[in-house]
Design a protein around this ligand. Structure first.
Ligand SMILES: Cc1cc2nc3c(=O)[nH]c(=O)nc-3n(C[C@H](O)[C@H](O)[C@H](O)COP(=O)(O)OP(=O)(O)OC[C@H]3O[C@@H](n4cnc5c(N)ncnc54)[C@H](O)[C@@H]3O)c2cc1C
Length: 438
């Protein structure tokens, strides 16, 4: 017998808003979002430059066919419009006086330079070999190897590992340089393995027309009954014999169940001392997070020296740190870029800075994800969010909402429309099959 229940969703990022849309036909849903607008890490900044307004996504932006089946299906279902962008990328070691490695090469001259440069050519072959070696890791979802285990197991040349491969994965992830060694090799390599081009054409990715924030608002516009409170941070959660009490500034409301769709750090604070969910809270508490600052700017010093070497994604390694600058103004030919700057100085002509909290994806983190899966729903508490599943992509945020709905409203018509067979190109399960013991 199905009973409609009162559900509070805390957090209106990709996972929270998708959970609201999935549960909306079946339960009385109230979503609380702390910020004035929905989206969380799906965040669009409007930059005025040269008389034009340029929408820049400084968090989630890129979605591909192999890695984002549910995300792309969701976009289709809510009528969000995307366009395809060929992802050209380059790697430059700024301590060496060479032209960057550009993929695909820039024109006939670029191809000639690539062939002529013995050093890049051999690194390219090594890179391809390393990605082939990583295929079984991804196919078998082997999450227990640290980065250093992968490098040692495949006996990668120390120079190639230290000066090329590690800077590439570190820059692409924007993770702290001093923590890469302990991160999961599976996580660091999955994007690159699934997007390894089979030709010299750039891999094609989807981006949202007008910015990623558009899709979040479109999902919200498809809610029929759910109530959405923007600019309403949840300040405390507690339980009594009748269920959950959700506190916001100055108000309290009762719910039967709670979906916590916030970052791990906020979840840790909200679950502290809540009776009856100690085991879930302990696993959430074990998640290690770090903060990153992303600057949207027009400082060309973050780009390759010669404009003819500019790519959509530009990795630059200074011998210590590696950073990836995205040329966000690329569709309009405008000098607008996004760069993760950590604690470093702001670029010149900075338009906006966002701070994001991210989980440190180590083998321990993946073990914790599996343990969390087995405890979901305990005392009416469900934890969603990208960090609860797989590599913490936007697909994982959507996938975490699907998992919530499978438990709370398995007959939801929206779930039936969104859910796809859970297999990837390699036949491995997407996300984190729940209930698997750590
Ligand atoms: C710089 C960067 C680039 C990225 N690029 C990509 C990409 O290209 N492709 C991709 O797939 N993924 C990308 N990601 C990852 C992607 O952004 C995330 O996987 C996804 O957006 C996270 O969604 P979420 O709902 O799990 O969490 P969040 O987006 O963090 O949502 C949590 C929400 O909870 C709200 N909240 C916090 N505290 C409270 C409170 N007390 N009460 C109520 N609400 C609260 C927050 O304001 C936020 O809206 C990127 C991430 C970053 C940081």
């Amino acid at each position: 017998m199905f009973h409609s229940r009162r559900i509070a969703i805390v957090g209106g990022g990709g996972s929270g808003i998708t959970a609201a849309w999935l549960l909306d036909p079946c339960h009385d849903v109230t979503l609380f979002e702390a910020a004035p607008s929905l989206g969380g890490h799906a965040h669009t900044v409007s930059v005025e430059i040269d008389g034009l307004t340029c929408p820049v996504d400084d968090g989630a932006a890129w979605f591909s066919d192999p890695l984002y089946p549910h995300m792309l299906r969701l976009l289709e279902l809510v009528g969000a419009s995307t366009r395809r962008v060929g992802m050209s990328w380059g790697f430059e070691d700024t301590t060496r006086d060479t032209t960057p490695l550009n993929l695909p090469p820039h024109g006939v001259l670029g191809a000639f330079q690539l062939l002529a440069k013995g050093a890049w050519w051999s690194d390219l072959v090594r890179l391809d070999n390393a990605l082939r070696a990583a295929e079984p890791l991804v196919a078998e979802r082997k999450t227990d190897w640290r980065w250093t285990d992968f490098v040692a197991h495949h006996r990668l040349s120390p120079r190639f590992a230290a000066k090329v491969l590690t800077p590439i994965v570190a820059g692409a992830w924007g993770a702290p340089a001093d923590r890469i060694a302990e991160m999961s090799a599976y996580t660091l390599l999955k994007y690159m393995v699934l997007h390894r081009p089979s030709t010299l054409a750039p891999f094609s990715w989807h981006v949202l027309r007008g910015g990623v924030a558009n899709y979040v608002e479109r999902v919200a516009s498809h809610l029929t009954r759910a109530v959405v409170h923007r600019g309403t941070p949840v300040t405390a959660l507690r339980r009594d014999a009748l269920g959950w009490i959700v506190s916001t500034e100055g108000q309290e409301a009762r719910f039967d169940e709670v979906v916590l769709a916030v970052g791990a750090g906020v979840a840790q604070r909200l679950l502290k001392g809540v009776a009856g969910v100690e085991r879930l809270a302990a696993h959430v508490g074990a998640v290690e997070t770090y903060r990153t600052r992303v600057a949207t700017h027009s400082d060309v010093r973050h780009m390759p020296r010669r404009r003819s070497d500019w790519n959509v994604a530009n990795l630059r390694f200074d011998g210590q740190n590696s950073r990836m600058t995205i040329w966000s103004g690329h569709p309009w030919g405008l000098p607008v870029f996004t760069t993760p700057i950590g604690e470093g100085p702001l670029p010149a002509r900075t338009h906006h800075v966002s701070t994001f909290e991210l989980p440190l994806l180590t083998p321990d983190h993946h073990r914790g994800q599996r343990a969390l899966g087995g405890l979901q729903g305990e005392a009416g508490l469900h934890i969603a969010g990208d960090w609860t599943r797989d590599i913490g992509s936007h697909e994982d945020a959507v996938d975490s909402a699907i998992a919530v709905c499978e438990r709370m409203a398995p007959h939801s018509p929206n779930l039936a429309r969104l859910r796809l067979p859970r297999v990837t190109r390699f036949g491995a399960p997407i996300g984190n099959p729940e209930g698997v013991a750590a």
